[in-house]
Design a protein around this ligand. Structure first.
Ligand SMILES: Cc1ncc(COP(=O)(O)O)c(C=O)c1O
Length: 405
């Protein structure tokens, strides 16, 4: 339960140590203020074509003529729902899940596809590939969809191994790469991936509000033969409009300008350098947190380079802890589902300098020490959780009714 503050708080600058949204670069912030253009004019068509080309380069597609990238106005879920409502039809689809976002894929799929199957592993556990193979051998599965980076735990699921199984059993492979694109290599060609979904606001480091589906041209062409079970998220329609460098509905044009700038930033830096930089920052934070005596939810070898999921020491209330960091202008994530109250999550994407990371580690040390003093009775004041205005409890699913203000 949360209470909205009586007065709208002044929004100050926060350092977003989250898996997205992120602190965007200055040139991305400025890009959104470019000229007003009409999306039915050539100006927008050129912009869309440039973005498509840059997205294919982001995915390091070698045979560019065999892949297309559809951009959708809507957050990452829009791309996932476009895929699940447009690319399956009456085929058998298996969803692999080891966390919140795998479960969400399943929840979307059952709405649109009667032949949806689920192979569910405990949150924070690796996918059991032996079990996956047994399932594919035993049952006729046409499509397999999974999350690449399961953001709820920070687990990076193995594209290469699942892709090889899909190839072996003749299964179409679709991957939710919402929180990994821009931070990890995603080789669609080598890993036999037909479609990938992702979004603008995570490791791509632009504003929230755009998502995209990158896929094989031949698979996009085939959508025409499948029932399209959504109007706004009709992927075939998006694809047909893409062919004339247009979108079916009014796109959020300023976000397209911002996305193009964010893609330019990555491509100018170079993908390899960007991946190295993020990995370095993740390791810097991880080492700093280990030095403070903190423990991680999963093995470091299984982590993506954008996020670290950290156990909250047992004497600390995670909401108060997050509030204490917030007072130091730092935002970290709470957790979802079975991890709620047990862990917090620290992202390292967006405009975070090494000084910012050190500032975070110093602030974290101070906040933890404050709790230690409380624990040992040096400070006797009782701290009540302060209702947060921008807390993770605003994320939807877990909300209770807000109190009347
Ligand atoms: C792996 C993954 N998939 C899907 C989503 C949903 O994206 P959105 O909240 O942008 O709709 C998220 C959001 O964090 C995610 O991390």
């Amino acid at each position: 339960m949360y209470n909205l503050p009586k007065k709208t708080p002044e929004v100050k600058k926060f350092l977003l140590f989250t898996p997205g949204p992120v602190n965007v670069a200055k040139n991305v912030r400025l890009a959104i203020c470019k000229e007003d253009i009409c999306h039915r004019e050539a100006d927008f068509s050129f912009l869309l074509r440039r973005i498509e080309n840059k997205l294919l380069r982001l995915f390091e597609i070698r045979n560019m003529s065999e892949y297309r990238a559809v951009v959708i106005t809507g957050s990452g879920t829009a791309a996932n729902e476009a895929l699940l409502s447009s690319a399956v039809g009456d085929k058998n689809i298996l969803i692999l899940s080891n966390g919140e976002f795998g479960e969400r894929l399943h929840n979307i799929s059952v709405i649109h596809n009667k032949n949806t199957f689920l192979l569910k592993f405990p949150w924070g556990d690796r996918l059991d590939l032996g079990e996956v193979e047994t399932y594919l051998r035993k049952y006729k599965i046409d499509i397999l969809m999974m999350v690449h980076h399961e953001t709820s735990s920070g687990m990076l699921n193995p594209l290469e191994k699942v892709g090889a199984l899909c190839l072996k059993y003749g299964v179409m492979f679709i991957v939710d790469c919402v929180s990994s694109v821009g931070a990890e290599v995603i080789d669609m060609e080598q890993n036999h991936i037909t479609f990938c979904s992702s979004s603008s606001s995570k490791a791509v480091a632009s504003y929230p509000g755009l998502s995209f589906v990158v896929g094989k041209t031949i698979a996009f062409e085939n959508l025409e033969n499948l029932p399209q079970q959504s109007t706004y998220l009709n992927l075939n329609k998006h694809y047909q409009f893409l062919k004339i460098s247009q979108t079916p509905n009014t796109p959020a044009v300023p976000l397209f300008f911002a996305l193009e700038q964010a893609l330019d930033n990555i491509l100018v830096e170079g993908l390899a350098q960007r991946y190295l930089d993020l990995r370095y920052k993740a390791n810097f934070l991880r080492q700093g947190m280990l030095n403070l005596g903190l423990k991680f939810l999963i093995d470091q070898n299984d982590m993506c380079s954008v996020l670290t999921t950290v156990y909250i020491p047992s004497h600390i209330d995670v909401d108060i802890f997050r509030q204490k960091l917030r007072e130091k202008s730092i935002i970290v994530y709470g957790a979802k589902g079975c991890f709620k109250g047990r862990v917090f999550q620290v992202g390292n994407i967006g405009e975070l300098s090494l000084d910012d990371l050190q500032f975070f580690l110093d602030a974290l040390r101070d906040v933890l020490r404050g709790f230690d003093r409380l624990e040992t009775g040096i400070i006797n004041t009782i701290i009540k959780p302060v209702p947060t205005f921008l807390g993770e409890s605003f994320e939807g699913e877990d909300l209770e009714s807000p109190a009347t203000v």
